[in-house]
Design a protein around this ligand. Structure first.
Ligand code: GDP
Ligand code: MG
Length: 356
């Protein structure tokens, strides 16, 4: 039998385009989308089953920038337990909008004592910064009296921490208000919901990196991709390669380095020479520039990787005197895959020609 259901409702507010939907999507699904699709209003709900049959849920309301339905907005604010108010560090106007939204929340709630978190998103765009961190820290501490975090939805920086900070604030708030009401029973129920949510958060935060490690351990080959029009992203592959090398415990791993978006050569930030040199001298692996969009060199990535795996298998089996039978079975698999690739590659390069 099911016990009572407890619900925590969070609302994300901020000017259009600051990254509200991106933060929620990164948090809920671990996904970042570079396309901007204006939101009307999206609601995400996550259910938790607790021992003892209680069901709890966390509801996150991702709001649109437009206030076409003031009554709706007021109701959303009234019924929420906590607020995430987002601006973008590269947009001073969005910081002003954040202040207005906080005032609206204070007016609707009729108190300044509200669990909320101030978030400066797009911390990866520090070169275009218009809102100084100091300024935001001061406003959060002295005016808003709430936690402040700079985040990047794009690189998943500090995203879980927003939700953790907010849950901590709600917890403190509930503890205070129940103390005044003196209801021991209600306090313990609310704090159970929150501590279950906090546990969930912690597991989410660590589970993705655990998944990665498991994946690296069992993989036969790795393709590490950057995009040629983003020098910042070019730094990531080296980190990823180090992670793979650490998990595998050797530098001798079948791997291919890929510079994608070769069709965006006009916006090139990573020189081909630079990548070629890194691949040859540091990574010691093949390098290819590709365009997923125009299907340029895509099959070649997989062909290069299969060749590396083949070489690696042969070398390994010689060293460990692996049975002739197993070696031939592995090489059969690989040559079958290579045959498949070649047939795919030719059928698609004709498409490629159409695009040129
Ligand atoms: P919303 O209107 O507040 O929901 O904003 P969106 O989440 O739809 O994001 C607006 C645009 O900003 C999209 O093109 C996103 O890809 C981009 N964006 C969101 N977060 C970040 C971030 O942390 N860094 C960068 N560089 N871009 C971001
Ligand atoms: Mg949105």
């Amino acid at each position: 039998m099911r016990g009572p259901m407890k619900q925590i409702r969070l609302v994300v507010l901020g000017a259009g385009g600051v990254g509200k939907s991106s933060l929620v999507s990164q948090f809920m699904r671990g996904v970042f989308n570079t396309l901007y699709e204006p939101t009307v209003e999206d609601c995400y709900r996550h259910f938790l089953h607790l021992p003892g049959g209680n069901m709890h849920s966390i509801e996150i309301l991702d709001t649109g920038g437009t206030h076409q339905f003031p009554a709706m907005q007021e109701l959303n604010i009234k019924t929420a337990h906590g607020f995430i108010i987002v601006y973008s560090i590269d947009d001073a106007e969005s910081f002003q909008e954040a202040h207005k939204l906080r005032k609206l929340v204070v007016n609707v709630k009729g108190t300044e004592n509200i669990p909320l978190v101030m978030v400066g998103n797009k911390s990866d765009l520090a070169v275009d910064r218009e809102v100084q961190k100091d300024e935001a820290v001061t406003a959060a501490r002295e005016e808003w009296r709430c936690p402040f975090l700079e985040t990047s939805a794009k690189y998943n920086r500090n995203v879980y921490d927003i939700f953790l900070a907010l849950l901590n604030s709600i917890e403190a708030y509930e503890r205070d208000s129940n103390k005044q009401e003196g209801s021991e029973k209600r306090r313990s129920s609310a704090s159970k919901t929150i501590s279950a949510l906090k546990k969930l958060l912690r597991s989410k935060k660590t589970s993705s990196s655990r998944d990665e490690v498991v994946y690296y351990k069992t993989a036969h080959g790795t393709i590490i991709v950057f995009s040629i029009n983003d020098a910042e992203i070019f730094k990531e592959p080296s980190k990823l390669r180090k992670l793979v090398v650490n998990v595998k415990g050797t530098e001798n791993i079948p791997m291919v380095m890929v510079g994608n978006k070769s069709d965006l050569a006009v916006d090139r930030e990573v020189q081909k020479d630079e990548a070629v040199t890194a691949a040859r001298e540091e990574w010691r692996c093949p390098f290819l520039e590709t365009s997923a969009k125009y299907n340029r060199n895509v099959y070649d990535i997989f062909l290069a990787l299969l060749n590396s795996i083949e070489a690696w298998e042969n070398r390994d089996s010689n060293k460990q005197k692996m049975s002739e039978k197993r070696r031939s079975s592995a090489s059969k698999t690989i040559s079958t895959l290579k045959k498949l690739l070649r047939s795919k590659s030719t059928s698609n390069s004709s498409n490629d020609d159409v695009f040129k």
